[in-house]
Design a protein around this ligand. Structure first.
Ligand code: C5P
Length: 225
């Protein structure tokens, strides 16, 4: 029996620092569903690669790292090979590395089943770049969540400063734009709004408003199903 087919998924895709993590987490909490931060998996591959001095051009070794990633998600905490990696994967070096690893098809393949295993009753809110297109194409609701590059750079800046990590807003904006371009232009699983995804531009929305909109769309869909 294909249990996965009956377990609903809300897929939230969008560019870096669009706020999709915060929104997805709160939607999951409101529904009592599981939450998948797929970007964390790419970030973990990048962290492990940096620590083992594996270059971004070494596709075979990056895929090997992705395949045997020893990771544990525990509430807000992320553990890599028994070591806490929650903050280490959020540095700019890991952000840039993740987007490089993510352009390698074998890395994406190696992470596919691991992501699908998050689909457990009563439901899953999954966020990333290809949740609706590749990982959960049968998602009950697909949302493309975005915001202007300037708003996203400001949000990332605030996040880093709040954590005591030094950051420069111009550098962040440039890195974001480079990462957006790489994510959108890569041949495998590029970031794009699907025809069946609802567009949610959060430039002028609060987190609560964005969460309410996603929940509203889901209830509309679920009511109509
Ligand atoms: O979402 P986050 O910024 O943490 O993701 C880090 C990087 O991982 C992204 O820039 C993107 O290149 C990659 N990614 C991806 N597919 C996903 C999630 C993240 O390619 N589903």
């Amino acid at each position: 029996m294909n249990r996965g087919a009956v377990i609903p998924v809300i897929a939230i895709d969008g560019p870096s620092a669009s706020g999709k993590g915060t929104v997805a987490k709160q939607v999951a909490r409101a529904l009592g569903w599981r939450y998948l931060d797929s970007g964390a998996l790419y970030r973990l591959v990048a962290l492990a690669a940096i620590e083992s001095s594996v270059g971004w051009e070494d596709a075979a070794r990056l895929a090997e790292i992705a395949g045997r990633l020893d990771v544990r998600f525990e509430g807000e905490e992320i553990w890599l090979a028994g070591r806490r990696a929650t903050d280490a994967i959020r540095t700019e070096a890991c952000s840039i590395g993740a987007s490089r690893c993510a352009a390698v098809p074998a890395v994406r393949n190696a992470l596919l089943d691991r992501q699908r295993r998050f689909r457990e009753a009563p439901g899953l809110v999954a966020e990333g770049r290809d949740m609706g297109s590749v990982v959960f194409p049968d998602a009950a609701l697909k949302v493309f969540l975005t915001a202007s590059a300037e708003a996203r750079a400001e949000r990332r800046h605030k996040q880093l400063i709040d954590k005591g990590i030094p950051a420069n807003i111009q550098t962040l904006l440039r890195d974001l734009q480079e990462r957006d371009a790489r994510d959108a232009e890569r041949p495998v699983a590029p970031l794009k709004q699907l025809p069946d995804a609802r567009l949610l531009d959060t430039t002028r929305l609060t987190v609560d408003e964005a969460v309410a909109q996603v929940l509203g769309w889901y209830r509309e869909r679920a009511g109509a199903a």
